[in-house]
Design a protein around this ligand. Structure first.
Ligand code: PYC
Length: 426
């Protein structure tokens, strides 16, 4: 179908069994999920990055605050960065009270997202297990469980027998190389279809009048008298009183265009997926000691991830070293899958901060806001980040839920240490 041009709300096709049957019978084509537009010379807000953070910010700006004169820019395509490269794990079993409250709000928003967006995001709350193979990690699991409970989040430490009930194929005996002493069990955790989340937010934001501009690279950020004035793009200049950096991978380079320095180092994080087999793994299983996490998709593929690559880089290529190391660790945990074949591997970029918490909110440049520094936690934080950043843009006040993630904390020594909640050691 030809791209539609124009501003303002439009009514997207309703996705339902009825419209599926009707369009199937009549042959009426489905409209594009979001429109294309000419770039206009000014907007009320420009959001850089059409991943889950940028799109969610635009969607909540439009839906919660009725601000729709907004452009979301991406040098690639919707969800083509970290938002389409993660292993799609959602959880809120963090270590710090600030982190637990924040990610729990995201889980709550994810729980109703399919209904809110009229788009099935396939959120499967299948339970999340972080294994402890030694006393030190068992202690951290207990600590996390207590903080989680205090914040009203469902997590508890369970022993090998309960683990066996949840993951019957797992060897929980004493005679393995890395015996399993217990696990942090987090029933609300699970997986989601990340592309669907990106597309759903894009479609929802577009329907409310937001413009999404793919293939539009930001080349510079205009700052005058300490305030942002707009951006220079590969399709021309845009003026805007608010510019939000919602990128991952290049967030420090984009911020540097506005003269804002971020304490971020970018590392690749690789992942891999196997051929599909009959479903045998219900929960998400994480082992920090073995540097591996695994879940099984509805189609039966196993999705694996490991630690970030131990060097700073912007490369998004897979490496043989990663596959070899991953296979070794996976087979320690699940020797019975030795014959399964890896179908595909890839990498995304993780912007690591010194305390493993994000950098969100205002910067020394008026109107230039950041929602960056997600390390390995970005996708699960998409909805709450969008909601909070939209509130900040609309009201000019930093919402309480992101207040402790401010940039100033690094200079003022108020770090929010979240490394202990990383899926694996990074
Ligand atoms: O924090 O659950 C997590 C995670 C998994 C993969 C990357 N991060």
């Amino acid at each position: 179908m030809a791209a539609m041009n124009g501003r303002g709300h439009h009514k997207p096709a309703k996705y339902s069994a009825f419209t599926l049957v009707r369009r199937g019978l009549t042959g009426e084509p489905w409209p594009r999920a979001w429109r294309t537009h000419d770039l206009r010379p000014s907007y009320d807000a420009v959001i850089i990055g059409a991943g889950v953070h940028g799109l969610a910010t635009a969607y909540y700006l439009a839906t919660n605050h009725h601000i729709t004169n907004v452009a979301v820019l991406d040098r690639g395509y919707v969800g083509g960065g970290g938002s389409g490269r993660n292993t799609a794990i959602v959880r809120s079993n963090y270590l710090t009270p600030e982190g637990v409250r924040f990610y729990d709000r995201s889980v709550k928003l994810y729980e109703r997202l399919s209904a809110d967006l009229n788009f099935n995001v396939m959120f499967s709350q299948r339970g999340h297990l972080t294994l402890a193979h030694n006393d030190a990690s068992l202690r951290t699991m207990r600590w996390r469980a207590e903080v989680n409970k205090l914040e009203g989040v469902d997590s508890e430490v369970i022993g090998p027998d309960e683990i066996k009930k949840l993951v019957p194929f797992m060897d929980v005996g004493d005679d393995t190389r890395y015996p399993i002493l217990g696990a942090l069990y987090h029933p609300p955790g699970g997986t989601i279809r990340h592309d669907a989340v990106n597309w759903g937010y894009a479609r929802g934001a577009d329907a409310l009048g937001v413009e999404i501009h793919q293939n539009t690279e930001v080349l510079g950020i205009d700052v005058r008298d300490g305030a942002v004035k707009g951006v220079q793009t590969s399709r021309g200049p845009i003026s805007a009183p608010v510019v939000v950096n919602c990128t991952a991978g290049w967030s420090s380079l984009i911020s540097a265009m506005a003269g804002v320095e971020l304490p971020i180092i970018t590392h690749p994080l690789q992942a891999a997926v196997t051929e599909p087999v009959k479903v045998f793994l219900e929960a998400v299983v994480v082992s920090g000691t073995l540097h591996v996490y695994v879940s099984q998709t509805d189609r039966g593929e196993l999705v694996f991830g490991a630690s970030t690559d131990p060097y700073a880089s912007y490369s998004m290529r897979g490496s043989l070293e990663f596959t070899e190391e991953l296979a070794g660790h996976v087979l320690e945990l699940m020797p019975s899958i030795a014959k399964m074949r890896v179908l595909r591997q890839w990498a995304g970029l993780c912007d690591m901060t010194p305390d493993f918490s994000p950098v969100m909110g205002v910067t020394p440049v008026d109107g230039f806001l950041v929602d960056v520094g997600w390390g390995t936690y970005g996708f699960k934080a998409g909805p709450v980040s969008g909601e909070a950043m939209a509130e900040l843009i609309a009201t000019g006040k930093t919402p309480e839920i992101i207040a402790s993630f401010d940039l100033a904390r690094f200079a003022e020594g108020r770090l929010v240490g979240e490394k202990g909640a990383a899926a694996v050691g990074h």
